[in-house]
Design a protein around this ligand. Structure first.
Ligand code: DGJ
Length: 735
């Protein structure tokens, strides 16, 4: 039993394999946080709630209620009544006054987990997850908050969310509804987050907590290149194998805030939710508002365990696609090969050459529709440009299929070009402020997905193309941020709902898509990796990591992405050199080894590259088939980080049964008079022996992990090597 209520002390126990989370209650019904950390096996005591020491609880010491509210470890703090730390819920009454106070009303514990209406969320069968729902109430407002904790015992994960219900007679304004709060004592925590920019997404950043608030956020309308809806607090000295880690990740693709606040009493409040900038939800009597989910995990064994917890959890309880656990076709995408300059014949030439090298799918990127030869027109006009795609789309797809490749296509469904038939017919479908010229991004506007007619149009436009030919894959792109937040559909009262309604519209579109085309392989993308988040993973099993395909920059991007996300989700391709963004030249082999740690594919003009590189593609596609099962399904171990040492990068993937381990070593910088490097590997069975594939060398797992493995340094920068170890069966050993 993962969840139980200790009636005498009024304490809720949430147990997973290695962790315990305890929630307490004061006599008045305030719900407080007692503990989160390593698994506890005994009954708990409410003294940990600290209600027995000054400032006491309000029923005992009414004159100091403010002090109580500002120091009590709240599970879900409200704003306006005296808790001056960051609140999770701000409600304004019809008189325009802001304040709410939530006290216990009831609770329910049930097997399984309910769906979150209109939102992506984790899922699990009744035997895999158990849910605690505590209903809190503000009698004066007639408002209820249903807090839920879904406990995934095996995975050490807790999924938290909140539903706000208006049970009263008056319309209320929800000015802030965050999804989770964690109030803990500070233990000199450091904060880890992911940050970056276009073409350098999700770099890992770490710094000690200071007094006050430290936040990462986005109000760009998407989870963003710049900051990521993730935050971890770690004890000092935490590394891959040891230390305490508290991590939160937001299952949402729009505006967010993730914040840690170190308070005057040396407590830390972590909160996560939809950003309050441009958010306000009108809640009429009888209505409810569902806040998105936060995934919470604790690891007492460092960052490596945190990563593996997230990987397993997302693979088993977030990604729904039938491709989740399947090998994906090796694709070749024509974007970096041709940009907008292609036609049927060019694509068929690429397909023919690709087939010879073992590539399995051709993806036609931007530029196949309307009059699109540059990026300033036609978004929204999803009709095939038959001047380029001579013979039509079906002809092209059939020809590609005949060559022996599957076919995939690019869309950017959420956008409209000012120079498009769609915009000329429906200028009011674009998000814009009346009387003000909206700012363009990449020459385009954003469609108002809060409108049903727009969502229906967009869906039909995409679906019609997919119904017209044998299309197996869609790359769903999104190339600008939201600005000029005005909707011609929403009235003044509801304008601040636009950003969230936009995300709900997006989710509805993708839900309809995967329902009508369950066998479609969907890859999300946003100017590279600006919308790489668990919300999108619910719809697509893979997301394009970054427009930056340079192998060395990818080390940083993929380290940060793999810090939370399974390698099977990371869109990674081998591209041409000099790299189109950085101008860097790296060996073809290294580019292959680094792309192997993701979905794997190509993004180059295969008809133009030298013959020896084509030969290498033949070898790399074989390499993909040899190792993808392991990379996709295995346990990921970060051995060394180029981000930290500035010289080399090493990671390993071990099969769950520890039968095989693949180690990737990338030497970024050659060093004089350095002949070898001894590295302690991870992921092996210490009691087993392993053979290094392709050699007769045998190593003990224990030695590899604790004494180390000797890697010979190579000549040159940017060079890499794979080391594949196979467990020796007992009989082999005797021989
Ligand atoms: C941005 C994407 O990240 C690229 O891969 C490519 O699809 C372009 N958009 C096309 O416009």
């Amino acid at each position: 039993m993962a969840v139980y209520f200790q009636e005498d002390k009024k304490i809720f126990h949430l147990d997973t394999k290695n962790t315990t989370y305890l929630i307490g209650m004061t006599p008045e019904g305030y719900i407080g946080h007692i503990y989160y950390g390593r698994r506890l096996y005994q009954e708990a005591d409410s003294y940990l709630l600290r209600t027995a020491e000054a400032p006491f609880t309000p029923s005992v010491n009414k004159r100091e209620k403010l002090s109580f509210l500002d120091s009590f470890p709240m599970e879900y703090p409200t704003g306006g009544i005296g808790d001056y730390r960051e609140s999770c819920l701000n409600v304004r009454n019809p008189k325009g006054q802001m304040g709410s106070e939530l006290l216990y009303l009831s609770h329910e514990i049930y097997p399984g987990k309910k769906k979150l209406e209109g939102l992506p969320a984790s899922f699990g069968a009744e035997e895999e997850v158990e849910t605690l729902e505590i209903t809190l109430e503000d009698k004066i407002l007639g408002l209820q908050a249903v807090l839920s904790w879904s406990v995934f015992e095996k995975e050490d994960m807790i999924a938290r969310s909140v539903r706000i219900v208006n049970q009263g007679k008056d319309a209320l304004k929800l000015e802030k509804v965050y999804s989770a709060c964690l109030d803990m004592d500070n233990e000199d925590y450091e904060m880890i987050n992911l940050c970056g920019s276009w073409a350098r997404e999700r770099h890992i950043q770490r710094a000690p907590l200071r007094y006050g608030k430290q936040a990462v956020s986005s109000f760009r309308g998407e989870s963003s290149h710049q900051e990521h809806p993730f935050m971890a607090l770690v004890s000092p000295g935490t590394d891959q194998q040891q230390g305490q880690v508290y991590a939160m990740h937001f299952v949402y693709s729009g505006n967010f805030l993730a914040q840690a606040e170190l308070t005057q009493y040396d407590s830390v409040r972590m909160v996560m939710g939809i950003h309050t900038e441009e958010f306000c939800w009108n809640l009429l009597p009888g209505e409810s508002f569902q806040a998105p989910e936060v995934i919470l995990t604790y690891s007492g064994q460092g960052l490596g365990m945190m990563s593996r917890n997230f990987h397993d959890f997302y693979r088993d309880h977030m990604i729904r696609s039938i491709y989740n656990h399947k090998k994906r076709p090796i694709l070749i995408n024509n974007w970096e090969a041709t940009y907008f300059d292609f036609d049927t014949e060019k694509l068929l030439q690429i397909a023919r050459e690709a087939k010879k090298c073992g590539i399995e799918m051709l993806v036609m990127d931007d530029g196949w529709f309307g009059r699109r030869n540059v990026d300033d027109n036609s978004l929204g006009d999803w009709t095939v440009n038959e001047e380029k795609i001579k013979g039509g789309l079906k002809y092209l797809v059939d020809q590609v299929n005949e060559i022996g490749l599957a076919f995939g296509i690019w869309f950017e469904p959420e956008m409209v070009s000012p120079d498009s038939d769609l915009y000329r017919a429906h200028p009011d479908w674009a998000i814009q402020i009346e009387g003000r010229e909206a700012a363009m991004g990449r020459n385009q506007y954003v469609l108002d997905l809060s409108r049903r007619d727009v969502v229906d149009y967009v869906y039909e436009a995409v679906a019609k193309i997919l119904r017209s030919a044998n299309i197996c894959y869609v790359k769903w792109d999104m190339n600008r941020l939201l600005s000029d937040l005005g909707s011609s559909f929403l009235d003044a009262e509801h304008q601040k709902e636009l950003s969230h309604r936009y995300v709900l519209g997006l989710y509805e579109l993708q839900e309809r898509l995967v329902t009508e085309f369950p066998e479609l392989l969907l890859e999300n993308c946003s100017s590279g990796g600006a919308r790489f988040d668990p919300g999108m993973l619910y719809y697509s099993p893979q997301i394009w990591c970054s427009d930056d395909t340079d192998a060395i920059e990818r080390l940083l991007i993929q380290e940060g992405t793999g810090f939370i996300y399974p390698l099977s989700t990371m869109g990674a391709h081998v591209s041409d050199c000099p790299n189109h963004i950085l101008g860097r030249v790296t060996p073809f082999e290294t580019r292959g080894h680094i792309a192997l740690a993701g979905t794997f594919g190509y993004e180059l003009d295969i008809t133009k590259i030298p013959q020896e590189q084509r030969q290498m593609i033949c070898e790399q596609t074989k390499m993909y088939h040899a190792y993808n099962d392991l990379v996709r399904e295995g346990d990921y171990y970060r051995i060394a980080s180029y981000r930290e040492n500035h010289k080399y990068d090493v990671w390993a993937v071990a099969s769950k049964d520890k039968q095989e381990v693949l180690v990737t070593y990338v030497q970024v910088l050659a060093e004089p008079n350095k002949h070898s490097r001894k590295l302690r590997l991870q992921g092996f069975d210490p009691d087993a022996s392993y053979r290094l594939t392709g050699t007769e060398q045998v190593y003990s797992g224990e030695m590899l992990m604790y004494a180390g493995f000797l890697i010979e340094c190579m000549k040159g920068d940017f060079v890499s090597r794979l080391y594949h170890f196979e467990k020796i069966q007992a009989e082999d050993k005797c021989l």
